[in-house]
Design a binder for this molecule. Structure first.
Ligand code: S3P
Length: 751
């Protein structure tokens, strides 16, 4: 048996939290000896009966002798008295921690007891878990599982003490976060203490009414949900409200202002403002849900969802439309927000990335209705109307949102910070920060090696630049053009090769003049955008998975309706055609300034390997993961060059695809700027070629969806781990794939 984490653990107090932690220690044999001190003899007796402690004491000073971990699981106001009592007998290397829900007062109490300096083992903590029940019998071994524990190490705290406590809480399956003491108290005042105060206030308000019995009798879910926490222990909350007085009073003030504003909207019948405020709150609540659900993404191997694709799909057929274009959806919000007047958007992609952009503009004071069935109404605030967001803007998984917003925010007269998820946090941001700095912007990529978060300072006067883009990037081009809207003079961007031109097209649709001369795009700053209606076409990048799926599957027949076929996006069509796919484009028309068409692909011909023309690379930049699957099914070798950009997408798409393909038995060699894939296909032979595999998607939606399609030609099960990001661009992917005939199952791994 391995050495336990601790020799002797002493609990001072053994209520819900203390006894739950004691249960974890007992269950996992984390200590050689566990003792406790409580006032109640019955508690000690019961704890011994339950097998939680080896010995019980009534004097803390007796309990802590020779303990290497002391856990203060007592009301926070008793901290000073207990610390004073045990000071003389605490072992020199003992870790002393607590579980109180306020931290500044615990630290102050310790400082009063240790004026000469706090012990290195003193590390305050706060498990954010609880229940309305209290006492040693209420404890549960899984009380902390999937909950957060905040540690607030002090400058005096030793690293070893923090590390050991982290190990302890992780053994309880908690997620450990370290935070500054004041920050902890402020965060908790808003997220826990204020809601409790409000719940008590609401229930009390109803109790004071004469008809309260009726009201309680008829109260429905809303009252029950809102008031649940008013059933908590009054003594404990009384203590907390005083313990965190300063931060709570501030939170109450903030809430009073908010409530008064809502009251006034109702009083004066400001319907538009009220709907805007409620909509903002509703969207923020949904967004928080998303952020909470995304949390596991922040840890390297922790993922929230998995796909299992069973072999042997014998059919891949159907006629349907895929959701709206991601690039166009992002831009519709941005341009609608800074336009004069009201913009209506249809076909909007309700994927998580575009919703994050929506939230960002709501956070900057833009009133937006929807989305509902792909429809949005954006009440534009004009070029000078954006307001400073109260906190960092979260861009989820989206490089497009972050780079375009960087340009837009660089020109505003307020500071802002842009953050993102685990994948976005690794992506290069200097490519946009550098040209913006040349325009006079104050912008820093504050992550390691030029990665997010991006910190942008107020800068009302940008200068236009004439910039040669070092890489073919529509995002960088667009970010610069967006900053150029506010800059003095004419901003010109020259691209090495044409990239998607949605920004140029949409600016023109909003009445803004943009000149395109060959690869040079320019616009003059200082104009204004006029609201318009935007019809978002179906995303060819989402259609691509079905195009490839149909191309590799015998007798398949898929028609994708109303797909955007902007010539800067149609590389996938050209490349598949060159590989010999049976693909037809029909019913070409224009919708909302963008060309669209129906695309039909049939599985009637074996694909052949090709050398992909480099001029097609920017035009198919997002479709390569899917195209690699097609190449693996083709007869002969496919060679891709000139695609180094693939290495800095949501994941390193060259490496991640190569790793997965090799696992599935495909011979392929990644190169600096591309890949060589030895196709396993044989003319006229549609048999399965992919071996089973467990693919790590690296938080990249397109990796997950591409390998899903490989299931159409696999002879074993394919598992794809970390598929939650599929919802960023294609929320209905699994539904449509199933409908077409793919045997795909979704497993939620957490919550
Ligand atoms: C996009 C541009 C491309 C593309 C991304 C969307 C856009 O990125 O990969 O998915 O909307 O401008 P780069 O501009 O970095 O190539």
């Amino acid at each position: 048996m391995s050495t336990p984490l601790f020799e002797k653990v002493a609990f001072i107090g053994l209520g819900l939290i203390g006894s739950s932690l004691a249960r974890v220690i007992a269950a996992q044999h984390l200590a050689k000896q566990v003792v406790a001190c409580t006032r109640s003899a019955k508690t000690l007796h019961d704890a011994q009966q339950l097998g939680l402690i080896d010995a019980g004491y009534h004097q803390a000073a007796e309990a802590v002798v020779a303990a290497d971990l002391i856990v203060l699981a007592i009301p926070v106001e008793s901290t000073a008295a207990i610390l004073a009592e045990i000071k003389a007998v605490v072992a020199p290397h003992a870790i002393i921690t607590d579980v109180g829900s306020t931290k500044a007062n615990v630290v102050a109490a310790a400082q009063a007891v240790y004026p000469e300096g706090l012990p290195a083992g003193f590390v305050p903590g706060h498990p954010i878990a609880g229940a309305e029940r209290t006492g040693v019998h209420a404890g549960k071994v899984d009380l902390f599982a999937q909950h957060k524990v905040i540690l607030t190490p002090l400058p005096s705290s030793a690293d070893w003490a923090v590390a050991k406590l982290t190990q302890l809480w992780q053994a309880a399956q908690a997620e450990v976060i370290c935070m500054d003491v004041d920050k902890h108290d402020e965060v908790l005042a808003h997220t826990s203490h204020l809601p409790h105060l409000l719940a008590y206030a609401l229930v009390q308000q109803l109790v004071n009414r004469e008809d309260n019995l009726d009201i309680f009798r008829y109260a429905a879910g809303g009252f029950r949900d809102f008031s649940r926490i008013a059933a908590s222990d009054p003594q404990m909350w009384h203590d907390i409200f005083f313990a965190n007085k300063t931060a709570i009073l501030k939170a109450v003030d903030g809430f009073s202002t908010q409530l008064a504003a809502l009251k006034q909207c109702i009083e004066t019948e400001q319907r538009q403002t009220l709907i805007g405020q409620l909509g903002h709150a509703q969207a923020a609540r949904q967004h928080f849900n998303h952020m909470l659900a995304q949390k596991p993404l922040m840890e390297k191997h922790n993922v929230a969802q998995q796909f299992t694709i069973l072999p042997g799909a014998h059919r891949f057929q159907g006629k349907f439309s895929v959701p709206g274009d991601k690039s166009v959806s992002h831009r519709s919000i941005m341009f609608g927000a800074i336009a004069e007047g009201t913009t209506h958007v249809t076909g909007f992609l309700e994927g998580e990335d575009a919703l994050a952009t929506l939230q960002a503009f709501r956070d900057m004071g833009v009133s937006i209705e929807g989305p509902k069935n792909g429809e949005l109404t954006i009440h534009g605030v004009g070029m000078q109307g954006l307001k400073a967001p109260a906190s960092a803007l979260y861009m989820g998984n989206s490089g497009t949102a972050m780079r375009l917003l960087a340009g837009l925010l660089a020109a505003q007269s307020f500071d802002s910070v842009l953050t993102g998820d685990a994948s976005l946090s690794k992506r290069p941001m200097e490519r946009i920060a550098k040209p913006l700095r040349l325009m006079g912007a104050q912008i820093q990529s504050t992550g390691e090696r030029g990665t997010p978060p991006l910190s942008i300072s107020a800068q009302p006067a940008l200068q236009a630049i004439d910039y040669d883009l070092p890489m073919a990037s529509a995002q960088v081009k667009s970010g610069i053009l967006l900053a150029g809207l506010w800059a003095q003079g004419t901003t010109t961007v020259t691209e090495p090769e044409p990239t998607r031109d949605h920004t140029e097209r949409m600016l023109r649709a909003f009445g803004y003049e943009v000149k395109t001369e060959g690869n040079r795009i320019s616009l003059q700053g200082g104009g204004q955008l006029v609201a318009t209606d935007i019809q978002v076409p179906s995303d060819i990048s989402s259609a691509a998975f079905f195009m490839v799926g149909a191309a590799i599957c015998q007798d398949s027949d898929i028609t994708l309706e109303a797909v955007g076929i902007n010539p800067t996006r149609t590389g996938i069509i050209e490349i598949l055609k060159q590989m010999g796919a049976d693909l037809t484009v029909s019913n070409e028309r224009i919708a909302g300034g963008e060309p669209i068409a129906d695309i039909r692909i049939r599985g009637s011909r074996t694909l052949k390997g090709i050398h992909i023309p480099e001029d097609q690379v920017p035009l198919a930049i997002d479709e390569f993961p899917a195209l690699f699957i097609a190449a693996a099914c083709a007869q002969g070798r496919t060679v891709l060059t000139g695609a180094a950009e693939l290495r800095v997408k949501e994941s390193d798409r060259i490496q991640v695809m190569a790793d997965g393909l090799i696992q599935m038995g495909i011979d392929c060699t990644p190169t600096d700027d591309g890949i060589v894939i030895e196709g396993k296909g044989k003319d006229g032979d549609w048999s399965a070629i992919f071996a089973g595999a467990e693919i790590e998607s690296h938080h990249d939606h397109r990796i997950a969806m591409s390998f899903s399609m490989a299931g159409l030609r696999s002879y074993e099960t394919i598992r794809i781990v970390g598929t939650e990001t599929v919802a960023t661009s294609f929320p209905s992917f699994t539904e449509l794939s199933k409908q077409a005939g793919l045997e795909i199952q979704v497993h939620e791994l957490t919550e």
